[in-house]
Design a protein around this ligand. Structure first.
Ligand code: ANZ
Ligand code: ZN
Length: 809
């Protein structure tokens, strides 16, 4: 047998074998220990796989392979999130129809994914653009509609002038379009389809402590949901107008009621027109027009306070004083009630506004010490140690007590009550674009909004030549008469089809539910398979999806649970966010010109070395800097494993010392894989190869153990070695080795790692570890202090200390 490690040959051979032998095929119905390992399915871009994928996917694959070696039947499916603006824009750019283009880009992606050596259940592949898939996406829309969770309503929405469609709030990044980082999003006030995710705000929040997710992801969701406790208060109008005798506000500080010296409505508030008095009208209208053109983020970030008096007054229910009603851009229509009581002494924005327009400022809360000493305190932040002043019968109460007392008192008088408010808004799912599943709705003059009957699904996306979006706010399908004209399912009269398509995030909000049932025709989700395989055991993906995909998936799962289609309400029991790969200190992007194409490395080194290398770049959950200097070292490591296994004395017996080293390695690699600490697991394997060199040669047990421990990372090489050791079955079906605690003596030392004289980390190593191992571990432990610097000197004081001297490059 050839003794040299030849990556290209071995990898092609094993990828063929896996295919032929069905190594990665799984009988979902018969599987006894189901384990669902999910990776975020990619959007197949024309450029193909990038290094971010090459970091993310192998990281999940290693976990899945580890679980399989532990005896689980691991289901690790893959699919393509191929609808959406991204693909459509690319098709527009190259002047082709996405329907023809997409199969080509998917084929390219599939080829690249194969090269990475991922253990995937391709039989269960899904493609969101296939009618077999999107008929069920439409079906889900119908189910939500049937249960009152899909609503058509008029609302202020984000409009991207470049995409020429509305966007969900989650797709607007600091006022700019997610896809067009230099295009400001505008506001439009139009009818759109919404899913009532806001209905689930409290449950989405309450479940967070119950799920095992990365903390950073949970915090992002918590902030996005944005729960605020406070009160709604009605302020009677000094003179009632048509349609209203009072104005309702939301406040988180009912304790400051007596300090409300004026009110502010959002310029779009429906009562503005009736409240405005004759002389003020021209000024109010001009201001409203100006604000209508502004996007939300600009509005939120404007420092300078502007506004206009409406001419109307309300009565502060605490003081009974007349207070003026203004409109201003710092009050937003879609938060709370779209109106506020302004308390300039205690709210910074109100303070700036009152100062700009010379409105009265009355302090009603003071620190206890100041209140008792009669001092006049300046503006201070709200603390528990504050008491109410100038607040009628509530004067003297501690602020939190005052809050409750005032809320109760108002409730008794029928002027409001306690109220919880959420920042999370309903999910706008309609898009005025072509490349998506048509929303299955028909409009009839007689019957109004009529859902397409289930038996008529899918509503096929027609082939059209001109699929360009335009300014009109009407989707391209609106120009296709044969699509638009329909028959009303109820009265059989002439009717019109909805021409908007749904958001791509709806496709991806349920793909994991579809995977096990991917080959079932008559149902979206097969009940028995779903019960067996879901919820997902481990989901790993990027944290950029913390509030988009991950929130939508949770919502949809909850909704389908309530509708009676699922018996669980959280889709992902465990979620881990992986880090990002950066290059030269910056996120990879085409505009920066620092994109790395994995194909080059796969050609040069093969998938196994590349996988190992990517996982050794840094902690999986933190990511790392792509420096290809060290890839040669990774290659040498794998060649070392190769040689040590080939040179093993299979009939011999390893030394006691070596056995101890192997037990230690098993323990370390097992624990690290469990925690996704891949870089340190690889470091431990490096240590082990050094130890085999020192205390070797390996016997059969040592060689086999090494092969199995390496297998999740370098599956092809492991297969070849495993076969060379005389096995006729895949190493993927071997058993993960157990270690003997008694063999793991404390023959290790802790060493400090210094960078420029400061201790930056500690490592635990075998007392007799090789210097190169110690250095590799040390480098990992303090990598944040080494990144981007030049290492001028390395010193190892055995058993004590590693010291790096670094400088700027
Ligand atoms: C009086 C007050 C006094 C307030 C005070 C704050 C401090 P969070 O915590 O984010 O929920 N507010 C309410 N609706 C608004 C809207 N549509 N646009 C702009 N601002 C709005 O913020 C709640 C507070 O934000 C509310 O409590 C209200 O100002 C303001 F010392 O009421 B407060
Ligand atoms: Zn009808």
């Amino acid at each position: 047998m050839d003794e040299k490690y030849r990556a290209a040959e071995i990898e092609a051979k094993w990828q063929r074998r896996w295919e032929e032998r069905g190594t990665n095929r799984l009988d979902l119905e018969k599987a006894e220990r189901p384990y669902y390992s999910l990776m975020m399915f990619p959007y197949p871009s024309a450029e193909g796989l990038h290094v971010g994928h090459a970091f993310a996917f192998p990281g999940v694959d290693i976990h899945g392979r580890f679980r399989r070696l532990q005896g689980y039947n691991v289901f690790q499916p893959m699919g393509f999130d191929a609808f959406g603006i991204h693909s459509e824009n690319y098709a527009l750019k190259v002047g082709r129809n996405p329907k023809q283009l997409m199969p080509e880009t998917i084929a390219n992606f599939r080829r690249q994914l194969h090269r990475l050596g991922l253990m995937l259940n391709w039989e269960n592949e899904v493609d969101t653009t296939s009618p077999e898939y999107y008929r069920w996406t439409q079906w889900i829309f119908l189910k939500l509609h049937e249960h009152g969770l899909a609503q058509r309503k008029k609302a202020p929405v984000n409009w991207c002038p470049a995409c020429k469609t509305v966007l969900a709030n989650e797709q607007v990044i600091q006022g700019y379009c997610e896809r067009h980082p230099d295009v400001r999003v505008e506001q439009r006030f139009t009818e759109q389809w919404f899913f009532r995710i806001s209905h689930y705000a409290q449950r989405l929040l309450d479940n967070l402590p119950k799920i095992d997710w990365s903390e950073s992801t949970k915090r992002a969701q918590e902030n996005w949901i944005g729960r605020s406790e406070g009160a709604e208060i009605d302020f009677p109008l000094a003179s009632p107008v048509t349609g209203a005798s009072s104005l309702r506000v939301f406040t988180t500080r009912p304790d400051t009621l007596f300090g409300a010296t004026y009110m502010v409505l959002a310029p779009e508030h429906p009562l503005v027109s009736s409240l405005t008095s004759g002389p003020q009208r021209a000024e109010v209208d001009a201001y409203r027009e100006r604000v209508a053109k502004m996007d939300l983020v600009t509005r939120k970030s404007i420092k300078e306070k502007t506004g206009v008096f409406t001419g109307a007054y309300a009565l502060n229910p605490g003081t009974d004083k007349r207070i003026p009603i203004w409109i201003a851009d710092y009050v937003l229509l879609d938060y709370g009630t779209g109106a506020i009581m302004a308390v300039p002494a205690h709210d910074e924005r109100d303070f700036e506004f009152a100062t700009a327009f010379s409105l009265p400022i009355v302090q009603v809360v003071k620190p206890r010490a100041a209140a008792e000493g009669g001092l006049d305190a300046a503006y201070v932040a709200h603390t528990d140690d504050e008491v109410l002043v100038n607040s009628g019968q509530f004067t003297g109460m501690p602020a939190p007590v005052g809050s409750r007392a005032i809320t109760d008192w108002l409730a008794e008088k029928g002027l409001g009550g306690a109220r919880i408010n959420y920042r999370l808004h309903d999910w706008c799912i309609s898009r005025q674009r072509y490349w998506g599943p048509p929303i299955p709705i028909i409009y009839c003059d007689k019957d109004g909004i009529v859902p397409v009957p289930e038996r008529d699904l899918p509503v096929l996306l027609p082939d059209i030549d001109d699929f360009r979006p335009d300014e009109s706010g009407v989707a391209p399908l609106g120009r296709v008469a044969s699509f638009v004209n329909a028959t009303c399912p109820k009265c059989k009269g002439p009717a019109r089809r909805e021409t908007d398509v749904s958001d791509t995030f709806l496709d991806s909000a349920w793909y994991f539910l579809r995977y096990p049932s991917a080959r079932r025709d008559g149902v979206a989700i097969d009940a028995a398979l779903t019960r067996k395989w879901l919820p997902v055991d481990t989901y790993i993906g990027g944290n950029e999806h913390a509030v988009l995909h991950l929130m939508y998936s949770r919502f949809l799962t909850m909704a389908l649970h309530d509708i009676g289609l699922l018996d669980f309400e959280e889709p992902f029991e465990k979620f881990r966010a992986h880090g990002l790969i950066i290059k030269d200190g910056a996120k990879m992007s085409k505009s920066r010109g620092n994109v790395v194409n994995p194909d080059y490395y796969l050609d040069q080194y093969g998938a196994d070395v590349f996988r190992l290398y990517m996982m050794f770049l840094g902690p999986y959950e933190e990511g790392g800097d792509f420096r290809d200097e060290s890839i040669a070292g990774t290659k040498r490591f794998l060649e070392g494993v190769w040689r040590l296994v080939r040179e093993a004395e299979l009939d011999g017996t390893a030394s006691e010392e070596l056995k101890r080293c192997v037990h230690r390695a098993i323990k370390k690699v097992t624990e690290d894989l469990e925690a996704l600490h891949y870089n340190t697991a690889i470091a431990a394997l490096m240590t082990l190869t050094n130890e085999i060199r020192k205390h070797g040669p390996a016997d059969r047990w040592v060689a086999e153990t090494l092969v199995i421990l390496v297998a999740p990372f370098a599956p092809h090489a492991a297969e070849e070695l495993w076969e060379g050791l005389g096995h006729g079955t895949s190493v993927a079906d071997a058993r993960w080795p157990a270690y003997d605690e008694a063999m793991i003596t404390v023959d290790s030392v802790e060493m400090a790692v210094q960078v420029n004289g400061k201790v930056r980390g500690r490592i635990t190593v075998a007392r007799d570890a090789e210097e190169s191992t110690v250095l590799a571990l040390a480098d990992q432990a303090v990598r944040v202090h080494l990144d981007g610097k030049e290492i001028r000197k390395r010193v190892v004081v055995p058993g004590k200390l590693v010291s790096f001297v670094v400088g700027e490059r």
